[in-house]
Design a protein around this ligand. Sequence first.
Ligand code: PLP
Length: 404
Amino acid sequence: MSFNPADNIQDLQYFGEFGGVNPSISDSSTYTFLAAKSMIDTFEGNLEGCYLYSRHSSPSNLYLGEALAAMEGTEAANVSSSGMGSISSVLLQICSQGDHIVSSRTIYGGTYAFLKNFTPKFGIDTSFVDITDLDKVAAAIQKNTKILYIESISNPLLEVADIRALSKIAKENNLKLIVDNTFSPLQISPVILGADVVIHSLTKFINGTSDTVGGVICGSNQFIEDLKNVNDGASMLLGPVMDSLRAASVLKNLRTLHIRMKKHSENAMYLAQQFEKDGYKIIYPGLPSHPQHELYQSLYNEEYGYGGMLTLDAGSLEKADELMELMQERNLGYLAVSLGFYKTLFNAPGTATSSEIPIEEQEEMGLTSGLIRFSIGLDNHIERTYEDMKFCLESLKIMAHTNV
Ligand code: PLP
């Protein structure tokens, strides 16, 4: 493989101030200058290597940003205090009053709410489209469209975006292709496939310990510098800054991401295959029954697999709720939003993480009320987990709804 995101992370070498194997943490919000002139130059962006104020940048945040840029193959990256902090900064940096966005209709509920309810207050409107239909994407573009916004693997329906084809449409129409890659770190490298900017909620797989929220924007040097501009940069002025202590801890967790992703993928693949064999309605990009299975294979970095996310349709919300409660009781995972933890997490997105999307729109996109979204954990014996989950399904008389 010519581009290997995990190798790129490992090739970086950082030492601490006293030769520590981890870089020192910059435990300061502000920095001194020996010469007043250097402060002015730093403010104006004309002096490299000096720090001013931690909302602008800090050594710890730069280390983490550098590692994430290496992972995504971009020139630079800027970390932030949450995925939404990154998403809102990027959208507001690129769009001004009167601009238009074309967005995938199956995206994280918070992003959907931001585009549907928040940005219109500033005169920025969004058309939500089925991005698996390229003609519909092209047809939605207007003269004032600035952004094509997608998730590489969508939340919660696990639709796979044809990033190469969407990038072509974006380039032809002079749009920025912004990709939220939260569900598929290491597996998919959107910039290598033609995206302009990649965003992650670090809260999920990348940090992997469910102890913080965090986000990152990966892009060109120019774009990242623009975001941090003291006069008009969205990251600088909206202020969603990550704390240095947290950046240091996320960086340490990032070191094991490749091992975790392989195990998440292996476990999810096993469960998806078994439950599909049992006749349950499973959505998982690794199954040949997934509508974009072959497309995924043409996009992914193979060694990291098909990811840790899968969905199972329990038939109704009542059954989904009963199943999730029983699985939690039997210690198979937790009924919780979020994803990417060592433990399996599950929720019914129609009433939770996608509840911002109106019911009619949920139905139209195929988000059924009984759909359970699983973030499969790092279980050591997935065969044992499967047997126990099957016991839960059978004891609640949840019937199989075949894919075929
Ligand atoms: N993008 C995706 C795909 C998500 O699932 C989430 C959160 O669930 C976000 C962005 C927002 O990230 P955060 O919660 O870190 O703000």
